[in-house]
Design a protein around this ligand. Structure first.
Ligand code: AMP
Length: 632
């Protein structure tokens, strides 16, 4: 077995040779002319001139050997159903979906927005877009009308694929009313809305716009839709993610680099075998779902499990039973899911035959040591942390167990993955810091294949947001604090910006603030993320009301706090709803008017507030302290 050090060294010192070799893991219709086009730094274009197709690599190329192997297995504990599709069947379904898209004018480069529950048609939709060179943008089903409308306007989709409803913890969650409201709010209007009617929630189709999936399937029959060969740099999808502003960024991903990076990760990080089963419990609305429910496992010729349900229904043994039923080789979930399961009897896990399971991967948020210890000892299998972002599409830090099984270091997701020239920089000067010193985790150009190409429709925003944070050097900022040790293991110490992470869901505090500000009774608001034992963080809102008399007593505070929470839920979705809304007379700010969020957060977490020399009025912090102590 090669050594990790040698493997990593080569990946960063000879990136072109390294990735040219990895490119052989996927099929190319025409070879690329150039491994890395560095003519437009900090942009990087991988495998330019090469023609390929993500859907071909995920589906068609396996038909020769795996036509009868299950490709996609759908399990729903929400509607008590399951369905399984072999590679041959998936090929048919995807061609049908592609034909429907084409029939309604969707072609190469057109956007298709998916607002879908966790059902097979969502996967068909993603793959069908990739097949015909259309660009998909999946919006998490937990987002509500305002979040959705912003994304519709930014991506300007020609068609939207949606469904009548999802289901969460046994409760039907209608999608169609939110979608209609979002389209009503958005300036951009899609030409068509393709509705998968699950029969969960009746709806009135909009004449001339809404299409019925079943009727469309009948109309196209069993068509053959060949893959459209696209340049490796052709965008495959846009996935919106939160940042410092109230306006989410469309992370744009390429085609060839993504396929090569995912293939590399399936082999070198996830240690997967083609033909085996991969069970990732994420959602297709997040990057983990894109990379490790849909594209990664399928490109690697595996069976992937698509799960509609929670980890605790009908009981807390469900994830393990699904792993047993499908003989999963690998499972992937979030630390929050494990913290939830930790409250239940481990016998639910132990009663399952998990002999097929080789590794459990956890990502999306920091993995605390007690949770890591509990799950490793209870499961009795290696538990591997992996740290990455929507922007990178695959792990930055982990253990490349397929290369060398380095020992894990408690509290650290691991060491740098291939191609990521990771360093820890001083926040102010941008100078690299030695081991043991906390700084900003940055990545030198070039980002490896698979990472974001740009911000959709806004190259300048890509440069300004990610590559312009340090005076002396143009490096990519992850916006995470980190500290490295002498061996290169990095520990993540939270975000440097106003992004919070609730149960592995990334949320922008500014977006939540904007939503709260839209309530007529709100004069000012600050939202921060405070540590939470179960969800990692929770959103806390501090509100200055326009009329203080409204919150003079407990009943008034409760009423207004309920209204504010409902406003966020209606506009952005339940995921963004703050856990607590507290009322104050003023917010702590610097003399130049900047909110002192880090100090508010420190108070919420009962930590020292740090340097307060710039604070305009100390009474504001006292009010936060008092609100935390006195208001429920
Ligand atoms: P997202 O783009 O939604 O995947 O969120 C990415 C952010 O989640 C990162 O910038 C980190 O702040 C956090 N994150 C993801 N994975 C980990 C991990 N394994 N350990 C610590 N933080 C993580």
């Amino acid at each position: 077995m090669a050594s990790y050090r040698e493997y990593y060294r080569r990946s960063v010192e000879q990136p072109e040779a390294f990735w040219a070799e990895k490119a052989a893991l996927i099929d190319w219709h025409r070879p690329f002319d150039q491994v890395l086009d560095s003519s437009r730094k900090p942009f990087s274009a991988w495998f330019r001139g090469g023609l390929t197709n993500l859907c071909h690599n995920a589906v068609d190329r396996h038909l020769a050997q795996r036509a009868q192997q299950p490709a996609l297995v759908w399990e729903s504990t929400e509607v008590e159903r399951s369905r399984s599709y072999t590679y041959a069947e998936l090929h048919r379904e995807v061609q049908r979906m592609a034909a429907i898209l084409q029939r309604h004018g969707v072609g190469q480069g057109d956007r298709v927005l998916l607002y879908m529950p966790m059902i097979p048609e969502a996967v068909f939709g993603m793959l069908a877009c990739a097949r015909i060179g259309a660009i998909h943008s999946v919006v998490f089903g937990g987002f509500a009308a305002v979040s959705l409308a912003t994304r519709i306007d930014d991506a300007a989709p020609k068609l939207i694929l949606s469904s009548d409803a999802g289901s969460r913890a046994g409760r039907v969650v209608p999608y169609k009313p939110l979608l209609d409201e979002a389209i009503g709010r958005a300036s951009h209007k899609p030409r068509a809305v393709l509705m998968v009617d699950r029969g969960l929630h009746p709806f009135d189709p909009v004449a001339g716009r809404d299409l019925d999936y079943a009727a469309e399937c009948a109309a196209v029959g069993q068509p053959q839709v060949p893959c459209t060969w696209v340049d490796a740099t052709h965008p495959s999808y846009i996935l919106y993610t939160s940042g410092t502003t109230g306006r989410p960024k469309g992370v744009q991903r390429d085609t060839g680099g993504y396929a090569v990076a995912l293939s590399t990760s399936m082999q070198d990080i996830y240690c997967c075998r083609p033909g085996a089963t991969y069970f990732c419990g994420s959602d297709i609305g997040w990057v983990v779902g894109h990379s490790y429910i849909v594209y990664g496992p399928l490109i690697h010729g595996m069976t992937t499990v698509l799960y509609e349900g929670t980890p605790v229904r009908p009981d807390a043994g469900i994830l393990w039973r699904l792993a047993e039923r499908h003989r999963a080789q690998v499972m992937f979930t979030s630390p929050t899911a494990i913290r939830v399961l930790k409250k239940f009897d481990p016998a639910l896990m132990r009663s399952c035959d998990l002999s097929s399971l080789e590794r459990l991967f956890l990502a999306g948020e920091p993995l605390d040591e007690p949770t890591a210890e509990w799950i490793s000892s209870t499961l009795g299998k290696p538990v591997v942390d992996n740290y990455w972002q929507t922007e990178t599409g695959w792990p930055i830090l982990s253990i490349a167990g397929g290369v060398e099984a380095l020992p894990p270091k408690p509290g650290s997701p691991g060491v740098a993955m291939p191609g990521y020239k990771v360093s820890i920089l001083d926040e102010a000067s941008g100078q690299p810091l030695p081991a043991g010193k906390k700084g900003v985790l940055a990545i030198d150009w070039p980002l490896p294949p698979g990472c974001m190409q740009t911000v959709w429709g806004d190259d300048q925003r890509f440069v300004d947001t990610y590559w312009s944070n340090f005076p002396s050097r143009q490096v990519y900022s992850t916006f995470d604090w980190g500290v490295a040790d002498e061996q290169g293991y990095v520990t993540i110490l939270g975000r440097t910006d106003d992004v919070i992470n609730v149960a592995g869901h990334r949320l922008g505090t500014r977006e939540i603030e904007e939503s709260i500000s839209s309530h007529a009774a709100v004069a000012e608001v600050a939202v921060v993320g405070a540590a939470d034992a179960l969800k990692g963080q929770q959103a806390m809102a501090f509100v200055v009301p326009r009329d203080a008399s409204r919150v003079a007593d407990a009943a008034g505070r409760e009423a207004l706090s309920g209204e504010i929470m409902q406003t966020v839920q209606t506009q952005l979705g339940a995921v963004a709803r703050p856990a607590r809304v507290l009322f104050v007379g003023m917010l702590p700010k610097t003399r130049s008017g900047k909110l002192l969020r880090r100090s508010i957060q420190a108070l919420c977490e009962q930590r020292p507030t740090g340097d307060l020399t710039t604070l305009e009025d100390p009474a504001a912090l006292e009010q936060i302290r008092a609100a935390l102590a006195e208001q429920p």
